[in-house]
Design a protein around this ligand. Structure first.
Ligand code: C5P
Length: 227
């Protein structure tokens, strides 16, 4: 069967990664979580004192970019690839609300995007890949055979993210999570370089009222129509 490239873009916390992982497993494809790559660079910037609530030393981050190596390693038990920063597994560290509150600022820096987009294109060059993010169908793989654009109301997305963080044992409140989701939407859609937008040929899926199974079945149908 023909291997294709599946690009899944959309707003924060629309469940892109959940469905992308399921899909990759089902099809025997590689899954690439590009948000994790931007989060890894953000974590580096935080650890090196380059970004805080009142300061972001963009120049220093750009200067240090060659020292930042983001990679993935497949974890058989989990069934997906975890993200590493300079050889250290940081899968858990990058999912905090703290990293979420800075990541869109880091992702707006063109040099950061350039480095990560190049790596993403290499990771997907042989097709047979499900990649999720904000600019996959518009910039990373404009020729992807199937492009999906996921949406849901900000409130529904914030509830999902809030539950995820609470289940992990993080102490967060719903209002902060909602605010973060809305702030990231704003920065992601208004930045100059590769803003989040639906590619002309993407299929929009509003999953506000879809169960995970309904969503998966709908997407699989689209995949089968494309392959
Ligand atoms: O997908 P996730 O929510 O983990 O992404 C974190 C952030 O990384 C997004 O809010 C966005 O600012 C940035 N991002 C991006 N381009 C991508 C993937 C993520 O700008 N392809």
């Amino acid at each position: 069967m023909n291997k294709i490239t599946i690009a899944i873009d959309g707003f924060s916390s629309t469940g892109k990664s959940t469905v992308a992982k399921q899909l990759a497993k089902h099809l025997g494809y590689v899954y690439v979580d590009t948000g994790a790559m931007y989060r890894a660079v953000t974590f580096y910037a935080m650890e090196h004192g380059l970004i805080s609530d009142d300061d972001f030393n963009i120049e220093a981050l750009v200067y240090q970019l060659p020292n930042i190596e983001v990679s993935f390693k497949f974890n058989k038990t989990l069934g997906f690839a975890e993200v590493y920063l300079n050889g250290i597994n940081i899968e858990k560290e990058i999912r905090t609300l703290n990293v979420s509150s800075f990541v869109s600022k880091v992702a707006a820096v063109s040099q950061v995007r350039h480095k990560l987009v190049e790596q993403q294109q290499k990771l997907g060059k042989d097709k047979g890949v499900v990649m999720d993010g904000r600019d996959i169908g518009t910039v990373v793989f404009p020729d992807a055979e199937l492009k999906l654009f996921m949406t849901a109301s900000a409130e529904k997305r914030a509830i999902r993210r809030y539950k995820e963080l609470i289940d992990r044992g993080d102490e967060v409140n719903y209002e902060d999570v909602l605010q973060n989701v809305q702030e990231r939407d704003h920065i992601d859609t208004t930045r100059k370089d590769s803003p989040l937008k639906k590619a002309k040929d993407a299929i929009e899926i509003d999953n506000s009222d879809l169960s995970l199974k309904e969503q998966f079945d709908k997407i699989l149908e689209l995949v089968n129509m494309t392959i």
